[in-house]
Design a protein. Structure first.
Length: 365
């Protein structure tokens, strides 16, 4: 690469430096915009991808232009060093390092050179309305649904429809396991979970001690549910001695303390997902929260989620473009991510990438 002359190349692209007036004008705009927008990226946009660092402003502008014409959201940032000004050509914005790493690798395959992730700084206004941030990755064989979680949050449930699954909330950051769960307005949640009745080392206990501890735990559940301990032991206990348990519908204590309140216990032969009155002692759990998105095994190639289909969210449209996902917001279009879009809701995008699904939040910059 030549930095001081009138010709050079970056990643196999010839750099034409004859457009001096245009380059200076564009650089002035970018530097001015950078100064205005340098008000914090707020932690939402900590990463970008650096394609090159050049000492020639016009070469940087020319390279940025070529990237822009190829659909990459490129911009130039000036940095001062001991040897003078350096003009960094950068592309895109991300809320997580993994997405930036993947983007850099894909750019190298397309344009050559050695693009690399870098901490974002002074991204000019207008070229990147949204910054993708990976929330959770889902294996190709796993089933997942995104659920409404109160008025201002969502949760993902990863696991079989009729079994214990992992729950993760987006804004709240909670993570737990349950057959079913939903939030309450006061910050607590309702859930269906297994309550162990034998200690982890119960199989090594004398049977008399083991049974005494078992019955103590049954009585504690009975006290919290208002149910008869004898009925619980006879009709609701599952498993063999050493692994006995109850399946309970309960309300967790408020954050920071409080005993869970047990509202119902499933009969031993009932499915935890059942809502039939005869399958429960005490109350019957309500229905599940509203499903906003479904991610199922095989949906990477289903007719519903065809690779060339557009996916729409609250303010954006996503389309596949080869290895990339292109986002469009209010007429602004750019290659935002590596992978193919498979679904969307509000600010969440479902992406198929590297043999699995990812839930990506598209946060406004």
């Amino acid at each position: 690469m030549s930095l001081g002359g009138w010709t050079g190349s970056v990643g196999g692209w010839a750099v034409d430096r004859s457009r001096r007036t245009l380059a200076v004008a564009m650089l002035a705009w970018m530097v001015a915009s950078s100064a205005i927008v340098a008000l914090a990226q707020g932690g939402l946009v900590p990463y970008t991808v650096q394609v090159a660092a050049l000492s020639d402003a016009e070469a940087a502008i020319e390279l940025s232009g070529r990237l822009l014409r190829d659909g990459f959201p490129a911009y130039v940032v000036r940095a001062e060093g001991a040897a003078g000004s350096v003009f960094r050509v950068r592309v895109a914005a991300f809320g997580d390092r993994a997405s930036a790493d993947r983007y850099a690798r894909a750019m190298s395959d397309r344009v050559g050179g050695e693009p690399r992730p870098a901490l974002a700084e002074a991204i000019p206004a207008g070229i990147l309305p949204l910054a993708p941030t990976r929330w959770v990755r889902i294996a190709a064989e796993e089933r997942a649904v995104v659920l409404a979680w109160g008025d201002d949050d969502v949760a993902v449930r990863i696991g079989p429809a009729d079994g214990v699954a992992e729950y993760r909330t987006l804004a709240g950051g909670a993570s737990f396991e349950a057959w079913w769960a939903r939030p309450l307005e006061d910050g607590r949640r309702e859930e269906i979970v297994a309550l162990p009745l034998d200690a982890g080392d119960a199989q090594g206990d004398d049977p008399t001690v083991q049974d005494a501890l078992f019955r103590q735990r049954v009585r504690l559940v009975a006290e919290r549910s208002g149910l008869d301990p004898g009925v619980l032991e006879e009709e609701a206990v599952r498993g063999e001695p050493g692994e006995r348990r109850l399946v309970a519908w309960r309300t967790t204590g408020a954050e920071g303390g409080g005993e869970p309140i047990v509202s119902g216990v499933a009969r031993a032969g009932a499915e935890p997902t059942s809502r039939e009155e005869d399958d429960w002692l005490g109350g019957v759990p309500p229905r599940a929260s509203e499903v906003l998105l479904k991610v199922s095994p095989g949906s990477s190639g289903s007719s519903v989620d065809a690779a060339d289909a557009a996916v729409a969210g609250g303010s954006w449209i996503a389309r596949a473009d080869g290895a990339w996902t292109v986002l469009e917001v209010d007429g602004t279009t750019w290659r935002a991510l590596v992978g193919a879009p498979r679904g969307g809701h509000e600010d969440l995008l479902v992406l198929w990438v590297e043999g699995g699904f990812e839930l990506v939040r598209l946060a406004p910059r």
